[in-house]
Design a protein around this ligand. Structure first.
Ligand code: NAD
Length: 501
C-alpha cells in the first residue's frame, strides 16, 4: 500500500485553493477544505470581534447553558466524531473514544466552574487600607486564536476552546492541516447548538494560515504543537504584543523505584509509550528503572509489548504513524541507538513498516542519543537502568523538555514527584492528570508555558480586573497633597509596627 496521508493542496479551476485530508491507513480522501488566506482570517477575526460582545454579555449562566447544549450534541454525535478522528489520524477506535470522553468531561468542567473561578468576589483590604473595599474579577480578553496539532485533533484544541469560551471569549480556531475535518466538525456542531453569532469559527490551511491568525489582531493566541513552531508563533505574536499560551512537545520519563509494583509499572510504561502509536505529547518515551528491580521489570515490559500489534482495523492495538515524515525520525532514533550499543528487547530496525511501526523496546541507550533527548513520537520505549530512584530523578530532569512524568513507588511517590521539573506528574499511573479536569496541564522549558485545564486554564483566557472603593475617609490619607506633613511618617510607623517584626 502506498502511503499518501500528507495533507495536499489542489486548485479546481478558478476556485479557491483546497486542502485535502487523507486516511493514513488507506490513503483515501477524507475531506477537502479551503486554504484560508490572510484576508479570510482577518474577516473571521472581525466577525469574532462582533460576536465577542454578545458572548461576554451573556454572563456565566447564559454561556453555561449554551456550552452544555453543545456538549450534549457532541455526546449524541460521539460515534461520528470518533470515526472522523480515526479517519484523519488513523488512530484505533478505542484511542479515539478515550479522546472524546475527555473532551466531554473537560467541556462540562469548564462551563460549570467558570463563575466560581472568574466571577467578581471581594478580597480583604488589610488593616492599613481598612476604609476601602476591594473586588476582583477575571474578564475575557475578547477574541482568542487557537492553533492545534493533529495527534489529538479534538482533545488538545478543546483544552483551549472549552476554557476560552467558558471564560467569555469568542474563538477563531486553526486546526492542523492533517485534521481539518475534526476542526470543522467542532465548529459546525457549536454553530448548531449556539446559532446566534459567530462565537466559534474555524479557518483551515497550512502554517501561513496559522501565522496570519497570529497577526490578525486576536487578543490572545493559544498554540499547541511542536517546540520549533512554538518559537515561530511567539516571534509572530511579539510583533503585535499579542500574549501567547504555548503548549509544545515533551520527552516524558517514567520512574520505576525499588519498591514499585512492577506489574503496574510495566502496564503503565507499555500503554503510556504505545497508545496512539506513541504520538502523544505527554506519552512515556523514557523509562528509568532502579537496578535492583530492572531485570524483573524488563521481562514484564518485554512480554507485554511483544504481544501488541499496530493495524488499520478499528480494534487494532494502535494505528499507523499519522505523518509519513515521522517514520524517518523514528527509524533514525532506533538505528542510532542500536548503532551506539543499545539492545532491543522488543522489535528493532525491522519494526519500521510504513505506515506502521511495531513496538520497539530499547535497553541501555546512551543518555545523549536522540532516542533519549528528542521527541521520537513513535511506539518506542527507551528503558535505562539507574542505580536508584534518586538517579532516575536526576536523569528525568536533565532535558530542556519538562511536560509530564510518571512515578511508580509504594512509599516514595509523592517525594519523588515533588522533585521532578515538569508541569504534570502521575503517581502509580500514567497520564491520569490529563483526565482530571481540575488539574492544570502544561509544561516548563522547551515544553512551553501557560496552562490549559482547571482554574489556571480558565484564568489563562482572562485578565484580572481589580477595583478598590473608598468606603469612608480614613484617619490617614497619604495619597493627596492635602495630607498633613506628618501623615506619611505616621503611615510608615504604623506599617513598621504591623509588618516590621
Ligand atoms: P506543528 O508544530 O507542526 O503544527 C502545529 C500547528 O501549527 C498546525 O496547525 C500548523 O499548521 C501550525 N503552524 C505551522 N507553522 C506555523 C506558523 N509559522 N505560524 C502559526 N502556525 C503554524 O505540530 P504538529 O506536528 O501538528 O503536532 C505535534 C507536536 O505537538 C508534537 O511536538 C507534540 O508533542 C505537540 N503537542 C503538544 C501538546 C501539549 O499539550 N503540550 C499536545 C499535543 C501535541
Amino acid at each position: 500500500m502506498t502511503q499518501t496521508a500528507e495533507a495536499k493542496s489542489e486548485r479546481g479551476g478558478d476556485g479557491p485553493e483546497l486542502l485535502t485530508s487523507h486516511d493514513p491507513r488507506t490513503g483515501e480522501v477524507v475531506g477537502r477544505h479551503p486554504v484560508h488566506s490572510a484576508d479570510d482570517v482577518a474577516a473571521a477575526v472581525r466577525r469574532a470581534r462582533d460576536a465577542s460582545t454578545h458572548w461576554a454579555a451573556l454572563d456565566f449562566d447564559g454561556r453555561r447553558a449554551r456550552l452544555d447544549r453543545w456538549r450534549k450534541l457532541l455526546s449524541r454525535r460521539a460515534d461520528e466524531l470518533c470515526a472522523l478522528i480515526s479517519a484523519e489520524t488513523g488512530k484505533s477506535a478505542d484511542d479515539a473514544r478515550l479522546e472524546v470522553a475527555m473532551v466531554l468531561d473537560h467541556l462540562h468542567w469548564a462551563a460549570k466552574h467558570a463563575r466560581k473561578t472568574l466571577g467578581r468576589r471581594r478580597v480583604a483590604t488589610g488593616p492599613v487600607m481598612h476604609n476601602h473595599a476591594a473586588t476582583l474579577e477575571y474578564r475575557p480578553f475578547g477574541v482568542v486564536g487557537v492553533i492545534g496539532p493533529w495527534n489529538y485533533p479534538a482533545f488538545t484544541p478543546m483544552g483551549s476552546l472549552s476554557y476560552a469560551l467558558a471564560a467569555g471569549n469568542a474563538v477563531v480556531f486553526k486546526p492542523s492541516e492533517h485534521t481539518p475535518g475534526v476542526g470543522r466538525f467542532l465548529a459546525d456542531t457549536f454553530a448548531e447548538a449556539v446559532p446566534e453569532q459567530h462565537v466559534l469559527q474555524v479557518v483551515t490551511g497550512y502554517g501561513p494560515t496559522g501565522a496570519a491568525l497570529c497577526g490578525a489582531g486576536v487578543d490572545k493566541l493559544a498554540f499547541t504543537g511542536s517546540t520549533a513552531t512554538g518559537r515561530r508563533v511567539m516571534a509572530e505574536c511579539a510583533r503585535t504584543l499579542t500574549p501567547v499560551l504555548v503548549e509544545c512537545g515533551g520527552k516524558d520519563a517514567l520512574i520505576v523505584a525499588e519498591d514499585a509494583d512492577l506489574e503496574a509499572a510495566a502496564r503503565g510504561a507499555v500503554w503510556g509509550g504505545l497508545f496512539n502509536a506513541g504520538q502523544s505529547c505527554a506519552g512515556v518515551e523514557r523509562v528509568y528503572v532502579a537496578e535492583a528491580v530492572a531485570d524483573a521489570f524488563v521481562e514484564l515490559v518485554t512480554r507485554k509489548a511483544a504481544t501488541l500489534r499496530p493495524g488499520g482495523s478499528p480494534d487494532a492495538d494502535f494505528g499507523p504513524i499519522t505523518m509519513p515524515k515521522q517514520v524517518d525520525v523514528i527509524a533514525a532514533h532506533v538505528a542510532d541507538a542500536l548503532d551506539r550499543g543499545a539492545t532491543a528487547a522488543v522489535g528493532g530496525r525491522e519494526s519500521i513498516r510504513p505506515p506502521y511501526v511495531e513496538p520497539v523496546v530499547l535497553l541501555d541507550v546512551p543518555e545523549d542519543a536522540a532516542a533519549v533527548t528528542e521527541e521520537t513520537f513513535g511506539p518506542t520505549l527507551v528503558v535505562n537502568r539507574v542505580a536508584d530512584a534518586d538517579e532516575a530523578v536526576r536523569r528525568a530532569n536533565a532535558l530542556r523538555y519538562g511536560l509530564g512524568a510518571a512515578v511508580y513507588s509504594k512509599a516514595r511517590g509523592e517525594e519523588l514527584a515533588a522533585r521532578l521539573r515538569c508541569g504534570v506528574v502521575s503517581i502509580n499511573s500514567v497520564l491520569a492528570f490529563a483526565s482530571v479536569p481540575a488539574l492544570p496541564f502544561g509544561g516548563v522549558g522547551d515544553s512551553g508555558f501557560g496552562r490549559i485545564h482547571g482554574e489556571d486554564g480558565l484564568r489563562e483566557f482572562t485578565y484580572a480586573h481589580a477595583v478598590s472603593r473608598q468606603r469612608f475617609a480614613g484617619a490617614l490619607d497619604p495619597m493627596t497633597y492635602e495630607r498633613g506633613n506628618r501623615t506619611v511618617r505616621r503611615v510608615l510607623r504604623l506599617v513598621r509596627v504591623l509588618r516590621g517584626r
